[in-house]
Design a binder for this molecule. Structure first.
Ligand code: AHR
Length: 320
C-alpha cells in the first residue's frame, strides 16, 4: 500500500503521480439489497482480483453512517483511491472533504451525490438514472398507443430507497414523459427500498387500496426489477394475473426479469448496467498514473421487452 501526492488540493480533473507498487482501493459498497447489487459487488471484487489490485471491501447494509465510517477508515489506512456508491444522495460533503484534505480521490461508482462542489469527488461512473426513467416512460407510451390507441392509465409506482439518486432520478425521468400525457397518472407512490420483500409488501397494500379497485388500466412501474418481481408474487397470491391484468415495467435488466417477461408475467425492463468493475479500475489505474480523467462516465444501456426477452434470456443469465 502506498500513497501518492495530489497535484492540486482540490483534485479537479487531473490527479496524482504514482509511486511504483501495489494499488490499494477501498470500496464502500452500500449493501446487498438486490440482484443488481450482487452483480455489481461481483464485478468490483472479480476485476480487482484479475488485475492484482488490493481491494478493501465493506458492506454498509444500506446505512449511510456505515458507509461514512468505512470511508473514514479507508482514509486512515491510506488507500490510493476510494470507490463509493452513496446509499442516499445528501449528507456527504463533510466526509468527502476529509478525503480531499487527505489527498485520497473518491470515485462515485453507480450513484451520485447532491453537492454544489463537484471538486469533492474525482469522477462519477455509472448510469444516467433520469434517462432510465425516461426510457421506462417512453416504452409505456409506445405500448399504450400500440395496444389501445390512446395513452391513459393509472400507475402504481414502487419507489427505490428514499433519498437515493436512482429513486429520485428515475421518478423524475418517468414523470418528464408522463407530463405530456394528462390521462396517464401516478395514483400511488411508495418506497419498496429496492428489495423484493418490500416490493411485495407495498404491492399487497396497493391491491387493497380504493385506487386499485377504481383503476381501469393498472400499470406498475418499479424503480428496480426486484421490487417488480416481489409485486408479481403479491398479485399472484391475490389471484390477479399480472401479465394479463396489468402492465409491469422494471429497471435493471436482471436475468430473473427477462425470465418473468418470457413467462408473460412482466412486460419490460430498462437496463441499468452493474458490471462497472472494468471501467472503475481503468479509472483507478489512470488516476494512479496521473492521467487526466473525465468527470462523468455513463454506461450505455438498452430497453428489453416481450419481443426479445425469451430469445435473450440464456445470454442474460451469463451476465447478471
Ligand atoms: O443504484 C442502482 C440501483 O441500486 C439498482 O437499480 C437497484 O437494483 C439497486 O439496489
Amino acid at each position: 500500500m502506498r500513497k501518492f501526492a495530489l497535484v492540486l488540493a482540490a483534485f479537479a480533473m487531473t490527479a496524482a503521480v504514482a509511486v511504483a507498487g501495489e494499488i490499494t482501493v477501498g470500496f464502500a459498497q452500500l449493501g446487498a439489497e438486490s440482484m443488481w447489487r450482487t452483480a455489481n459487488t461481483d464485478s468490483i471484487k472479480g476485476e480487482a482480483e484479475k488485475r492484482g489490485i488490493n481491494l478493501i471491501f465493506s458492506d454498509a447494509q444500506q446505512k449511510q453512517e456505515n458507509q461514512i465510517r468505512s470511508v473514514r477508515s479507508f482514509i486512515a489506512q491510506g488507500v490510493d483511491v476510494i470507490g463509493l456508491p452513496p446509499v442516499v444522495n445528501s449528507g456527504w460533503e463533510p466526509v468527502l472533504r476529509e478525503a480531499q484534505e487527505a489527498g485520497v480521490p473518491v470515485i462515485l461508482a453507480d450513484r451520485t451525490v447532491d453537492t454544489s462542489d463537484d471538486s469533492l469527488y474525482i469522477s462519477f461512473i455509472g448510469s444516467n438514472f433520469i434517462q432510465e426513467g425516461e426510457n421506462a416512460g417512453n416504452w409505456l407510451v409506445r405500448e399504450l398507443k400500440g395496444r389501445y390507441g390512446d395513452v391513459s392509465g393509472e400507475v402504481f409506482e414502487l419507489v427505490g430507497t428514499v433519498g437515493a439518486a436512482p429513486a429520485i432520478d428515475r421518478k423524475k425521468g418517468f414523470e418528464n414523459i408522463l407530463a405530456n400525457y394528462p390521462d396517464l397518472k401516478i395514483v400511488k407512490s411508495q418506497s419498496g427500498d429496492f428489495t423484493r420483500a418490500k416490493g411485495k409488501e407495498v404491492m399487497e397494500a396497493y391491491i387493497k387500496s380504493p385506487e386499485w379497485t377504481a383503476a381501469k388500466r393498472k400499470i406498475i412501474f418499479g424503480h428496480n426489477d426486484d421490487m417488480v418481481l416481489g409485486a408479481i408474487q403479491a398479485l399472484e397470491e391475490a389471484g390477479v394475473n399480472p401479465g394479463k391484468e396489468c402492465i409491469l415495467i422494471g429497471v435493471d435488466g436482471i436475468a430473473d426479469a427477462f425470465e418473468a417477461i418470457a413467462q408473460g408475467k412482466m412486460h419490460c425492463t430498462v437496463e441499468c448496467n452493474p458490471l462497472i468493475g472494468p471501467q472503475f479500475y481503468d479509472m483507478v489505474e489512470a488516476i494512479v498514473a496521473g492521467k487526466e480523467i473525465p468527470k462523468i462516465v455513463y454506461s450505455i444501456e438498452g430497453t428489453y421487452d416481450y419481443y426479445c426477452a425469451e430469445a435473450l434470456l440464456p445470454w442474460r443469465r451469463t451476465l447478471y
